[in-house]
Ligand binder design. Structure first.
Ligand code: GDP
Ligand code: MG
Length: 258
């Protein structure tokens, strides 16, 4: 599938892959469920667009049940109201932290395939279709890789770009499993993986926690190149502090006994 990058921004319907033969067969098996988790901390201006962009109808057409869950971490804006108006499930996690929030949601979702992506409308949700195909083709885990795809100018700061490349390199060397974008917020899994790995990260070191566990347990990780949009509001991630925590998580997980 060729996916052209629009000059300024990426439209939501640009990247819909065509159903392949494999998926046509799966259409007949109506029992698969896809769960999509969206951790959100005060994202009232974008949460609605993220939900709208999820290719729910196309997934249903292909025979999947779809469950969308927004995790509210005591947002003090209209995030929850917007999500409820869109008719999706909202789960409350009272204690702050992206990792903690996604972990809380993981306990309550019922999908055979489980995804999570950010609430800030930076990751086009349409890639879920292609990522799902990759899981069906036999991969255990799939990431949306911004570094193998195309980023809108200014979507990732220079510091985050260098830090992410460095951390991805360290992760690949330490665990002997290649990853091009360790810090991506766009992940998909089969249920088996989620039930098997041990996740306990609280904040933005969550992705490093996932990668370490997945790699240590010998699961395969595939990458789908994605487009990455600019964030319209201020990020919650602190590049230095969180970058250090991510590095620390990679090191400590490597040598921790099971
Ligand atoms: N529920 C919850 N979500 C969070 C928290 N911190 C960040 N997020 C969400 O996690 C996603 C990534 O945050 P962001 O600041 O964009 O980080 P970056 O994309 O890694 O630079 C966004 O959807 C945030 O709303 C938190 O403490 N709780
Ligand atoms: Mg973001």
């Amino acid at each position: 599938m060729e996916c052209q990058l629009a000059r300024e921004e990426i439209g939501p319907s640009h990247c819909l892959p065509k159903p392949n033969e494999h998926i046509m067969v799966l259409r007949k098996m109506k029992s698969y469920m896809v769960s999509i988790i969206i951790p959100a901390l005060n994202e009232e201006s974008t949460i609605g667009e993220v939900i709208d962009e999820i290719p729910k109808k196309e997934l249903q057409k292909r025979g999947y049940g779809v469950e969308i869950v927004v995790v509210d971490n005591n947002c003090n804006d209209r995030t929850v109201r917007v999500a409820e108006e869109k008719g999706v499930k909202v789960i409350v996690e009272p204690v702050r932290g992206k990792g903690r929030s996604v972990r809380t949601a993981l306990k309550s979702v019922s999908g055979n395939f489980i995804f999570f992506l950010d609430a800030d409308y930076t990751y086009p949700a349409t890639y879920i279709l292609r990522m799902l195909e990759v899981l069906h083709e036999g991969q255990d885990v799939v990431i949306g890789s911004r570094l193998r795809g195309q980023m809108i100018e200014g979507a990732m700061s220079r510091m985050n770009l260098v830090g992410n490349r460095f951390l991805s390199f360290i992760a690949s060397i330490l665990y002997g499993t290649r990853i091009s974008d360790l810090c991506t917020g766009y992940w998909g899994f089969t249920r088996r993986v989620i039930e098997d790995i041990e996740l306990d990260a609280k904040g933005f070191e969550f992705e490093a926690n996932i990668f370490a566990e997945v790699a240590k347990n010998g699961y395969s990780i595939a990458e789908v190149p994605i487009h990455y949009r600019r964030r319209a509001t201020a990020p919650k991630l602190d590049s230095l502090k969180d970058g250090f925590k991510i590095g620390w998580t990679l090191m400590t997980r490597k040598f921790r006994r099971k």
